[in-house]
Each structure stands twice: as structure tokens, then as C-alpha cells.
Design a protein around this ligand. Sequence first.
Ligand SMILES: Nc1ncnc2c1ncn2[C@@H]1O[C@H](COP(=O)(O)OP(=O)(O)OP(=O)(O)O)[C@@H](O)[C@H]1O
Length: 238
Amino acid sequence: MQSLSFNPTNSIEPVISIGSLNHYFGEGKLRKQILFDINLNINLGEIVILTGPSGSGKTTLLTLMGGLRSAQEGSLKILGQQIRGANKKQLTKLRKQLGYIFQAHNLMMFLTAKQNVRLSLELHDHFLEQNLDGKAQSILEAVGLGNRVDYYPENLSGGQKQRVAIARALASNPKIILADEPTAALDKKSGRDVVELMQNLAKEQGCTILLVTHDNRILDIAHRIIYMEDGRLIPNPV
Ligand SMILES: Nc1ncnc2c1ncn2[C@@H]1O[C@H](COP(=O)(O)OP(=O)(O)OP(=O)(O)O)[C@@H](O)[C@H]1O
């Protein structure tokens, strides 16, 4: 892993650039606007926390930024790629440059920790010639699971499973990590450990982190906190 330390203020072009973004769910009479006029730039190396009440649209915005659903109105540029109107091939290419950490960690239960991490490396052609087992092993060591590489998820604690999910997301050196409630279901200490781990690894790899959370205990790891309410970004919440 590289040991470069990135300064978010040094970035030139935002890695995420959103302008006048609106989003709707449902059809016809049931069509409902969920996101309203979202404008947001996020720079390389920034750790941004997106917070706000349940149902305010955080996950919808996060999945749009991850190219996991199509943008309907406005502009959404991720790593220079316009998502609105992007075709499947462009979205697939983009997704390979992102790391996802979701609450349910989505680990393959029939694969060991190492095999789970290896699987994400196998999706990238340029890793195929490398020693994938060795790379998976070293990233698991970096997240403190060097002695659990051959364990199946069912034999790991919640915090350890979340570490495997982090190792998997970071293994391919993504430029952006999108995390949805990564500390939910973790106790105070494990939650703290997990975000500090993300923070350190992101610093070393120079990647941007966008993290959705309700967890007030981790707000201090962010360079910037963005508050969302009723589908809108609130500039200066009281
Ligand atoms: N697939 C969908 N179809 C219709 N409505 C949806 C869909 N997904 C989300 N919604 C609605 O969009 C709104 C925003 O949901 P979203 O999950 O983005 O909020 P959130 O801020 O992430 O909430 P939470 O903190 O509870 O996860 C909610 O009113 C939700 O009911």
C-alpha cells in the first residue's frame, strides 16, 4: 500500500460534482420528489459525513453517487464521468473505481474473509497477474484480521465482519469510498475502531470518503459534515 498522505485542500477538480440534482420515486400520480436541487462538490482526499433524519434522502443520494441508480434530472459527475445519461458500460467502469461499504456488509457467507477480499480483486483485470492471495492477506492484516483470514463470516463478530467489508472495499485502491451506516450495529469501541481504520487507510491511499451516518460519536473524523432534511441540503443547520 502507498504511504502517501493527502491534503484535501490540494485537490484541483472535485471528484464528485453535483449540480441542480432532483430525484423522484414512483410513477404517475404516485410520483414523489425525494431530492430537491442538490448542489455539492467533494474534493479528492476529503472525508465527508452526510447526516440528517431518517427518510431525508441520504441513501438515495449515496446510491446515485455510486452509479447504483440512474440520475434523472440535473448534473452528477463522478471522477469526471457524467452519470446522467451514462450507458451500462460507462457505469460498470465507474463502479470499479469505487468502494462500497454498506451496513449489512454483504459478505459472501460461503467464502472465507480472504476469499471475500480476493473476489473483489478478481473484478479488476489489472490485478489478475498479481498474487491475489498475498494482496488479500496483506489488506486483512492492515485491518487487524491477519489471524482471521481463513474464517467464514459466521465465525466473526459484527466488528470483524465490518473490517472484512472495509478490507474488501479498499483492496483495489478505489478513488472514492461510499459507506452507508458503517457503524450501525457496532458497539461504541468497535464503531470507533472501524471509522478510524477507514480514516487511516483512506489517508494512506489518498481516497475520498463519503459516509452516511446517524452516529454522533464519529462526526469528528470528518473534514466536513453535510446535513440533509426533507431531500434538501441544509447549509447551516441550527
Ligand atoms: N425505491 C424506493 N421507492 C419509493 N420510495 C423510496 C425508495 N427508496 C426510498 N424511498 C423513499 O425516499 C425517501 C428517502 O429515503 P432514503 O432511504 O434515501 O432516506 P435516508 O435519509 O437514507 O433514511 P434512513 O436514515 O432511514 O436510512 C423516503 O421517504 C423513502 O421512503
